[in-house]
Design a protein around this ligand. Sequence first.
Ligand code: SER
Length: 334
Amino acid sequence: MTKTILITGANGEIGHGLIKKLAEDSQNKIVALDINSLDPDLSKLTLQFVKADILDNRLLDELFKKYHFDTIFHLAALLSTSSERDPVKAHHVNTDGAINILAIAEKFARANTKKVKFIFPSSIAIYGLPNLEVKKRVGKIKEEQYNLPATMYGCNKLYIELLGNYYARYYEKHKKSEQYLDFRAIRFPGIISADTLPTGGTSDFGPEMLHAAAQNKPYACFVRADSKIPFMVMPDAVKVLLKLAKAPSSSVKHHVYNVGSFSISAGEIAKYAHEINKIKITYKPHQKRQAIVDSWPEDVDDSEARADWGWKPSCDKTKAFEEYLIPAIKARYG
Ligand code: SER
């Protein structure tokens, strides 16, 4: 059956992977929105590309009227380091952007008595561990633990999770017992792609180190070698978004889920980078970025996602590096 899908922040890293995967099925009609131009190789995979600001309500309204979206992937956001540089701007882009599109999607769904799926990438940034000793002790964090973000980005993501839950489960419930907005969120770990590099994130040290190695450039890592957080490769990030979007409502028992793959330190990533090229890697911790990474969990407990809708990453750590990242990044740079 044909599905019409809206992707915001389409030209970002996840957008790249997601559009390519969705376009493999000709039944998917993709409308992509981004404040920047969309890469031409992605544009040709879409029904329409709209270059616009996520804060433009009138345009969003028109798009809903024109396309009657079945599913929305709301990816538009400023990442954690960018958000710390300008917290007020981050609040506007991340939070106001989300409430605009949530409210429009809910109104549209209710007016048309149509279920609209709203898939939202949240983040491990919603967690805030007070110190390294607690981080070590907690290990695999559960969804309800330490929801005390240390960054504006984390605050924004946590609030949007709550907003989504509100619009899906409570808003207008007194008028209609049925809910039409089907909000589902996952808390992503850091993501590493062989094809693209992130901008303005704090988990960027992982992808940056590997891509630097493939270009034979030295790399000054902005966190200590022992800094450890969970990561996932881009094909698994796309896989989990699609898996969650497809899951039957009866199996999605919570509005937000952890999803894990592997946990790794900067020093271990450096060893894999050396398998690409023996570049010089130094550690020059940036005080603020180090504090952010220290406040993020070492690993996530994703047993709820595994039990409820069958999440399973295709890569463990070794497979992620030896079978995907190292060969694919080498090939990318020739
Ligand atoms: N990768 C993101 C960042 O570093 C976290 O979700 O900001």
